[in-house]
Design a binder for this molecule. Structure first.
Ligand code: NAD
Length: 453
């Protein structure tokens, strides 16, 4: 089989590469010439564990190629399906901006030669497949051609940082179709990924489009709910870590996505929650739960900064803060809507100096933070002379640092743990002041000099 994937970002590149991995002939297309030139040389535009080797292997086998010329690929490749995986960023009013998706659809309409399934993989609101179909039909009409095609909706559920595994071994694959023929093409394409008995769920197109938003909205709701509970725990003297374990062992609730923190970020949850609220309001319905989810999340992004202000009695000017972790979550370089950006901007506004370290996201972070932040060559260097450490992204390498070294490098032994990865009592015993989320703050138990010996 042959397919084309348009857009070589987190979703498009993983999709194309994973299809190639199971033997399908794939051309990945992007308008960004530099990205394509780099990809041809094995240089990836994104960090995703395991992806580089997989791209290289499949490119060498001749199953994976890269192009900037969508027309040429669609005209000549005889593709059974073209996947649209371009961005759908939030417009000014919060709705998903479909200009990239529809531009690609029109382009496909101008180039189509024979029956093809045009599959929307980007996250798009209900009704988008209809617009994609219309855009293609208009172009065909302008060409005076009658070529059979189908549209399908195939939302993507991969997680950055675990994208390859998620794609190769998906919990489920959701496909919205409106013809038997399209269903057959999609069934054949996805057959190699169904080895673990996970379902390929066919449904109507609007339901498939809605499924993606409902999934992300549900996950965002769990996060905001737990953050709300965490804040109340702190007020009431309860420990949210205990509460989390207590509720997570209930199979109806489950133990995933109930970790308190400093708010969700990334390229999906914030924009998808906004877009669903907007879709509802445009159709005369208020998504009240989601409105609250969004408000709680906005507030949560300030929680760590507020703790810093309280600890230092509002006197942050001239102080130095070490920030561990910049990406919106571990194992990705994605900085879109990262809570770190909000916290760092607030620290800088307050006149503080920020020294940051992230295993992979520092280059990406420079785009928005520039040289206003100092970047450490490792996590320990970022600590030198710091008045406090802010743990912002829970990269595995930050989980068990050598706290003797940490304490010696810092000016003051204060830790703000935005992800509750440290044991506050243990840190207090080592002479640190500890602030977590939804847990009692801990004061240093020992004299700081003896504590670090
Ligand atoms: P991205 O910004 O990383 O990549 C989009 C790519 O599309 C860019 O490389 C861009 O140059 C390219 N592009 C834009 N217009 C183009 C055009 N006309 N022709 C060819 N290429 C074009 O985006 P992403 O994170 O991969 O997300 C893509 C879509 O998938 C979005 O709708 C997103 O909501 C959805 N999604 C993302 C994730 C995720 O974890 N990132 C997960 C599931 C779904």
């Amino acid at each position: 089989m042959r397919i084309a994937v348009v857009g070589t970002g987190y979703v498009g590149l993983v999709t194309g590469t994973c299809f190639a991995e199971v033997g399908i002939d794939v051309t990945c297309i992007d308008i960004d010439e530099r990205k394509i030139e780099n990809l041809r040389q094995g240089i990836l535009p994104i960090y995703e564990p395991g992806l580089e080797e997989m791209v290289e292997r499949n490119a060498q086998k001749g199953r994976l190629s890269f192009s900037t010329d969508l027309s040429e690929v669609v005209e000549s490749c005889g593709c059974e399906a073209v996947f649209i995986a371009v961005g759908t960023p939030p417009g000014e009013d919060g709705s998903a901006d479909l200009k990239y998706v529809l531009a690609v659809a029109r382009h496909i309409g101008r180039s189509l030669k024979g029956y093809t399934v045009v599959v929307t993989k980007s996250t798009v609101p209900v009704g988008t497949a209809r617009k994609v179909r219309q855009a293609i039909a208009e172009e065909l009409e302008a060409r005076g051609e009658q070529i059979d095609f189908d549209v399908a909706s195939n939302p993507e559920f991969l997680k950055e940082g675990a994208a390859i595994d998620d794609f190769l071994k998906p919990d489920r694959i959701v496909v919205g179709v409106e013809s038997e023929r399209a269903e057959q093409v999609m069934s054949r394409l996805y057959k190699p990924f169904l080895m673990n008995g996970h379902p390929l769920i066919f449904m109507d197109i609007p339901s498939a489009e809605m499924t993606k938003y409902a999934a992300n909205a549900m996950l965002a709701t769990k996060i905001s709910f737990m953050n709300d509970v965490a804040n109340l725990c702190e007020i009431m003297g309860a420990d949210v870590n205990m509460v989390r374990r207590g509720i997570g062992s209930d199979a109806r609730i489950g133990n995933k996505f109930i970790y308190p923190g400093i708010g969700y970020g990334g390229s999906c949850f914030p924009k998808d929650v906004k877009a669903l609220i907007k879709t509802a309001s445009e159709n005369g319905y208020a998504m009240q739960v989601l409105q609250a989810v969004e408000q709680v999340n906005e507030r949560q992004k300030s929680v760590l900064f507020d703790k810093v202000v309280a600890h230092f009695n509002g006197d942050l000017a001239g102080r130095t803060f070490a920030v561990w972790g910049l990406s919106f979550k571990p194992k990705t370089d994605d900085m879109r809507e990262a809570p770190s950006l909000v916290i760092i901007e607030r620290l800088l506004e307050a006149g503080a100096r920020v020294k940051a370290y992230d295993p992979v996201a520092m280059a990406e972070a420079r785009h928005s933070l520039g040289d206003r932040v100092e970047y450490g060559k490792d996590e320990y260097e970022a600590l030198i002379d710091a008045d406090a450490l802010l743990l912002v992204t829970e990269w595995p390498e930050f989980r068990s640092p050598n706290f003797s070294v940490v304490g010696k490098l810092m000016k003051e032994k204060v830790v703000f743990d935005g992800r509750n990865i440290y044991d506050g009592a243990e840190l207090a015993a080592k002479g640190f002041a500890y602030h977590g989320i939804g847990v009692a703050q801990q004061v240093p138990q020992l004299d700081s000099t003896s504590a670090t010996e």
